[in-house]
Design a protein around this ligand. Sequence first.
Ligand SMILES: Nc1ncnc2c1ncn2[C@@H]1O[C@H](COP(=O)(O)OP(=O)(O)OP(=O)(O)O)[C@@H](O)[C@H]1O
Ligand SMILES: Nc1ccn([C@H]2C[C@H](O)[C@@H](COP(=O)(O)O)O2)c(=O)n1
Length: 417
Amino acid sequence: MARHLKPLVQRWSSRVFSVELDGAPVYFGIREKLRGATVLPAVFSRLQKEDRCYSLLVCNWDRIRGDRFHWELRDKLLKDLPPGSDVATMSSFLPDEKGSLVKGYFFKSRAENSPLIEGILSDLEHTDPVLVCSYSQSEDGQQWTQSLWSHAEKKQMKFYVVPSEAPEHHPSALNMINSDVFYSLDEACDVLKKCGDIIPETQSVLRMLPSRVDARRKPDFPVIVIEGLDATGKTTLTESLRDTLGATLLRSPPQCLSTWRARFDREPPIIRRAFYAVGNYITAEQICQESAKSPVIVDRFWHSTAAYAIATAVTGPVSNLPHDGSEVYCWPSDLLQPSLVVLLTLDPEERTRRLRNRGLMKTDEEQELDHNKLFRDRVEEAYRRIIGPLCITVDASPSADLVLQQVLLLIRAKCHL
Ligand SMILES: Nc1ncnc2c1ncn2[C@@H]1O[C@H](COP(=O)(O)OP(=O)(O)OP(=O)(O)O)[C@@H](O)[C@H]1O
Ligand SMILES: Nc1ccn([C@H]2C[C@H](O)[C@@H](COP(=O)(O)O)O2)c(=O)n1
C-alpha cells in the first residue's frame, strides 16, 4: 500500500463511512468481529445478490489537488463504469475529529462486469491517490464485509459491515473551515496561489487583490447589503435603493472579476469558494472608497459566500447544518462589516413564478424541485445563522414598490439615514 494511504487505514475500525442515498447521508461502520446479530446498514440492505460493491477514498495528500482529483473522478467514473453502477458520493471520517473527513465514491456493479471494473480499479490504484475497498456478501446474504481491494483475498483483512449511528451534524462540517468557507484574505489567497499552475487565470485574479483595508474602520456613510436566493428581487431592489438614496451600487463578485467567474464556477468547492472569498475583499475595498462619499448598496456579499458554501457542502435537511452558534457562521475578522444586511425571502411558488417570467427556469421536474427545496431551506437557514452585522429578514412577496418602502423604513431606523 502506498505510504500516503497508510494514515487513512490507521484507526480503520473507528472510522464511520457515509454514502449519499436519495440526497441524504446514510452511515455504516466496520468491525473486526461481530457480537451477536446486527441489522444490515441501509446501503447494503437494498442491494441484489449479484451486486458487487466498491468504494474509492481519495487521500488528501494535498487538499487542493485532492479536491480537484475527487471532483474530476466523478466524471471519469460516470464515463468509464458500466450503466447501472449508481455512483454515489461517499466519505469516511472519525466522529467529532475536525479535519478527518476523506472524500470518495461508492458504486455497485454486476458480477459479469468484474473484468472491466478490475481494469479500471487497478489503473486508478496504481496511478492515483485512491484507496480502493471492495465489499462482498456472505453465502446466506446476511452479512457484508469490507476489504482493501488489493488484499481482498486475505482473510485477516476483512471487516464486517455494521450499522453506525448518525453523527449530530453532517460529516462535511468537519472539514468546512478554510476549505468551503474562508475566514481571512490570506487563507483564500493561499489556495488561489497554489493553483496558479493548474488554472492560469488565477494570476489575473490575484493581480486584482485589494490593498489591506482596516476592517474595523467605520464607514462615513451607511453600507447596506441586500441578500437572498436568486429571483427574490435583489437587482430590482438594489437599483431602486441606489436611485432613491443617491447611493453607489456595488456587487460581489465585483465587475472586475466577471471575466473569470465562469472559469472558477467549473472548479471544485475549495477553489471556487476561494475565488468568491477574494471577490468579497475586492468589493470591500471599493466599499471603503465609495462610503466616504455616499451611502453604498451592495448586491450580495459574505452572507452569500458563506451560506451557499455551507448549504452545498452538507446534504439532506436543515438539521444536518452545523449547529446554530457554530464557528463556521462567524464573520471573518479582516473583512469590513456592513451597517445592515437585508435578507429577502419569498415563498417557493412566487419565486418559481418570477423565475419562469424571467425565462430562466430550466426544469420543473418533481424530483429536482424536491432536492432544490432542501437546498433552498439550508441556504436560508445558513443565512440566518451568520454571526456578524445586523441582518433583518424582509418578506419580498409584496409589489416591488412596497418592498422598497419597507426596506427604506428599515434603513432609516437602523442606519439613521
Ligand atoms: N416585488 C416584486 N414583485 C414582483 N416581481 C418582482 C418583484 N421584484 C422583482 N420582481 C421580478 O422578479 C424577477 C427577479 O427579480 P430580480 O432579477 O430583481 O431578482 P434577483 O434576486 O436579483 O435575482 P438573481 O439573484 O437571480 O439575479 C424579475 O423578473 C423582476 O422583475
Ligand atoms: N458574494 C457572493 C456572490 C455569489 N456567490 C455564489 C453563490 C451562488 O453559487 C451564486 C449566486 O450568484 P448569482 O447567480 O445570484 O449571481 O454565486 C458567492 O459565493 N458569493
